[in-house]
Design a protein around this ligand. Structure first.
Ligand code: MSP
Length: 526
């Protein structure tokens, strides 16, 4: 039987500077969902890449004494290096300077023209250079850019426009028929009341103020403004409008497109309208996450509060870094990054709760059974049944949350399983069973601990693969079937238990003061 497809995308990032933890968060989230879907039997395909055109990139390159092309080539290597370091398993990395993308975008714009969706006019508005966005007078906040709070400039230029107004009713219908097209719901409501209800504005799609971009067909003085070039990456990467569109036929429409809250407007309005104009299907969900913010507000180099993923990974490892990001960022709101919070999660959640559970279990199996045992499952008591039931319920909740893309909530449920298993050790008091020579029941308790750890290792696999593998190794579980998602509901699949002689700590406890200081130092560029 053909597997069900699942197409998931990150935004394509501006290669304007070093990629920070915000970008790493989006990519990790998407990668985790992709890996989860794969474990659930989907043919999952992940796209990421770079948004390489535009005035901002042209200016950054100039400042660095590079041509725009030299600059984006360097940045593309940096992005790929970072994703490799973070063990991100993307299927394609698109760059908007890729020839096949540029050609396809030209054809897409020609199709817009053919449909009568483009007209020439002149645009006057308040322009925010860093955001590359025009705003109307009413959109400004205290006369400044509503997105980044920086100065805006009044500008007028001859431009091509996309007739968005024409699609107002169709867009409203889409929102009505697909109430969960934009997630979370309150973001949809925001877009609706701020941009759709007052009436859509036509979108200016070209600029004459810079030349680093794809030329307007038949009018090369005009360069396509980034959003037409950028948004269409999700389909050109699959071969739309190219000779080979096999992937496009297979994977489009996307199931889940992840963006930050600042760009949900573009994805919630312009993107579906472009697709409507092209006669293509609309993605199932566009999801906007909140921001990672610092105690003193948004991350910025000038404030000296930027966190780069490499600094955390080199000291605490990939798994701990991903764990923190995914656990700390909620489905809908902004989340605060604090060095104290990072160290706390490392010490409590990873070292104490998870690491110690594995270590204690392996220690006891070595001590009481010389590392090897077979259990008689028929001696099960209510305590054991209770734990099994609890874990099965929680596995269900992990799945439900993962399926609803609430990754942080799913991880919290996994940690409930860990806490419950730790409690099971206290409830059954294996040291008392050993003293009383209740070997038969003691072996069942050990069996249950190993089986619970096996399930935990499966559940964390999409985002903590190294830890998961280390757990399987230490527990002596080699059979892939016992590592599969399907085996989560089986309680009796381990024939014999054979753990390693001496457990290795999954995470070494951190000295809080020292590590908080380290993180603060690297935030200030130390
Ligand atoms: N190039 C556009 C996207 C085009 S998609 C067709 C862009 N690039 S960006 O590099 O500025 O931002 C990329 C993503 O990173 C956005 O989704 C943005 O929300 C996200 N983040 C930037 N800073 C962030 C945080 N501090 N926290 C979380 N995500 C953040 O916009």
């Amino acid at each position: 039987m053909e597997k069900k497809t699942f197409y998931i995308t990150t935004p394509i990032y501006y290669p304007s500077g070093k990629f920070h933890i915000g970008t790493a968060y989006t990519t990790t989230l998407v990668d985790t969902i992709k890996k989860y879907k794969k474990m659930r039997g989907y043919d999952a395909y992940m796209l990421t890449g770079l948004d390489e055109h535009g005035q901002k990139i042209q200016e950054v390159a100039k400042k660095l004494g590079r041509t725009p092309k030299e600059h984006v080539d360097i940045m593309a290597e940096e992005a790929k290096k970072l994703w490799k370091l973070m063990e991100i398993e993307y299927d394609d990395f698109i760059r908007t300077t890729d020839e096949h993308h540029e050609k396809a975008v030209t054809k897409i714009v020609e199709k817009f023209i053919e449909n009568g969706d483009i007209y020439k006019g002149s645009y006057e508005g308040w322009y925010c250079m860093p955001c590359e966005t025009y705003y109307t007078e009413t959109q400004l906040i205290d006369g400044k850019c509503p997105e980044c709070n920086r100065e805006v400039k009044k500008m007028k230029e001859e431009s091509y426009f996309f007739n968005m107004k024409k699609y107002q009713d169709k867009l409203l219908k889409l929102y009505e028929e697909h109430p969960d097209f934009i997630l979370p719901e309150f973001r949809k409501n925001e877009i609706f009341s701020n941009f759709i209800k007052p009436g859509l504005e036509d979108l200016c799609i070209t600029r004459t103020t810079f030349d680093w971009g794809i030329k307007m067909p038949n009018d090369p003085k005009h360069v396509l403004y980034v959003w037409v070039d950028a948004l269409t990456n999700y389909i050109t990467a699959l071969g739309y409008m190219s000779d080979d569109d096999t992937l496009f036929k297979k994977y489009w429409p996307a199931q889940f497109q992840v963006v930050g809250k600042d760009i949900i407007r573009f994805h919630g309005i312009y993107w579906p309208i472009f697709l409507m104009s092209l006669g293509l299907e609309i993605p199932e969900h566009i999801y906007a996450h909140g921001y990672i913010v610092m105690k003193d507000g948004k991350m910025s180099k000038s404030k000296g509060n930027v966190i780069y993923p490499e600094n955390l990974i080199s000291r605490y490892g990939i798994d701990a870094t991903k764990y923190y990001l995914l656990r700390e960022l909620s489905f809908s709101q902004d989340s605060l990054f604090t060095p104290e919070g990072f160290v706390e999660r490392f010490n409590y959640d990873l070292c104490n709760d998870l690491g110690n559970l594995l270590n204690r279990t392996i220690g006891m199996i070595n001590k009481y059974f010389g590392g090897c045992l077979k259990a008689d499952l028929s001696v099960e008591k209510d305590i054991d049944k209770n734990m099994h039931n609890f874990i099965s319920e929680k596995i269900n909740l992990v799945e439900k949350n993962m399926d609803e893309y609430r990754i942080s909530d799913a991880i919290a449920e996994i940690w409930n399983i860990i806490a419950r298993t730790n409690k099971y050790i206290d409830e059954t008091s294996p040291w008392v069973l050993a003293k009383n020579e209740e070997k038969e029941y003691l072996s069942l308790v050990m069996y249950n601990l190993v089986d619970s750890l096996r399930k935990i290792a499966i559940l964390i696999m999409p985002f903590m693969k190294n830890t998961s593998n280390s757990m399987f190794n230490q527990l002596g579980i080699n059979d892939d079937k016992l590592k599969s998602w399907d085996s989560l509901y089986q309680n009796n699949c381990l024939k014999e238990i054979n753990v390693i002689e001496k457990g290795e700590p999954l995470f070494l406890r951190l000295d809080s003061d020292e590590e908080v200081q380290y993180i603060k130092d690297v935030m200030h560029g130390g």
